[in-house]
Design a protein around this ligand. Structure first.
Ligand SMILES: Nc1ncnc2c1ncn2[C@@H]1O[C@H](COP(=O)(O)OP(=O)(O)O)[C@@H](O)[C@H]1O
Ligand SMILES: CC(C)(COP(=O)(O)O)[C@@H](O)C(=O)NCCC(=O)O
Ligand SMILES: [K+]
Length: 231
């Protein structure tokens, strides 16, 4: 069995791979991991090296091989459009590999709604056709609160698309509209066979995208990461 880690800017996500099958591991606790017969850890990180070092130490798995995966120019049927492929976020790279694995020969628009929202287009030939990086739902709200005197927010996110009638609903609804607006503009400019949605904020976006050929795939990055097993 293998442990997969996706270390993002907000939090780290984990999955297990057993006989080629990828399953989510919601609780990333040392006491749970100790019971598993792990062969190696495959990980991808867009966070700082310090954060990675802390995680490595916390998990108590230092006796096992740790294999870090990086974005590449070309692998597993996907070709990066970046002139400097290693500067593409590895989470974006792996989401494209995951898409290529799950939906081969499909033109897809991939939305990863995390700390930042990323949108990437992948051609049916596996060519990355570029993308967008947008401040995420939480980051947008934080940015407004931080840079103004009178805008405040509540802990609970309850964004909807109707016009707000108080500060919190104006802020939350506006930020939701901004992310959904970008997704819809992206789709309008470059419609695809499928819209793949992943990332921690997927649940807030999903209800507003049901008219599109939407597939929510929480494990998309892990499917991409799983391709590197035994690399
Ligand atoms: N348990 C959680 N902890 C933190 N954020 C969460 C959690 N569950 C959902 N979220 C939401 O997910 C977003 C982060 O998405 P995620 O895909 O984990 O980001 P990243 O890959 O950048 O770390 C946050 O903005 C938050 O709204
Ligand atoms: C854009 C990102 C910050 C998204 O990361 P996340 O919000 O999922 O933590 C990450 O993919 C990244 O650091 N990318 C490097 C720059 C690039 O992709 O061009
Ligand atoms: K991510």
């Amino acid at each position: 069995m293998y442990l997969l880690l996706d270390i993002g800017n907000t939090r780290e996500k984990a999955a297990l791979v057993k006989q080629g099958k990828v399953t989510a591991l919601p609780q990333l606790a040392p006491e749970n991991l100790a019971k598993l017969s792990l062969k190696a850890i495959y990980y991808a990180s867009v966070a700082s090296q310090e954060k990675v070092a802390v995680i490595k130490q916390l998990l108590g798995l230092e006796h096992l091989p740790w294999r870090q995966v990086h974005a590449e120019a070309r692998a597993y049927g996907v070709s990066s459009i970046y002139q400097q492929p290693q500067t593409l976020g590895v989470d974006r790279w792996l989401a494209m590999l995951g898409s290529q694995l799950l939906f081969p020969a499909s033109r897809v628009m991939i939305v990863d709604a995390g700390t930042a929202v990323t949108i990437d287009w992948l051609g049916e030939d596996g060519q990355h056709n570029g993308g967008w990086i947008i401040p995420g739902l939480k980051m947008q709200q934080h940015a407004v609160v931080k840079n103004t005197a009178k805008v405040f927010n509540s802990e609970m996110f309850n964004g909807r698309l109707e016009p707000g009638e108080d500060t919190v609903t104006c802020l939350q609804n506006g930020c939701l509209a901004s992310v959904l607006g970008a997704i819809r503009l992206g789709w309008q400019q470059n419609p695809c066979q499928k819209l793949l949605l992943t990332g921690g904020d997927s649940k807030f976006l999903k209800p507003y995208l049901t008219d599109l050929p939407l597939i929510v795939e929480p494990l998309l990055i892990f499917h991409g990461l799983s391709r590197y097993i035994d690399m």
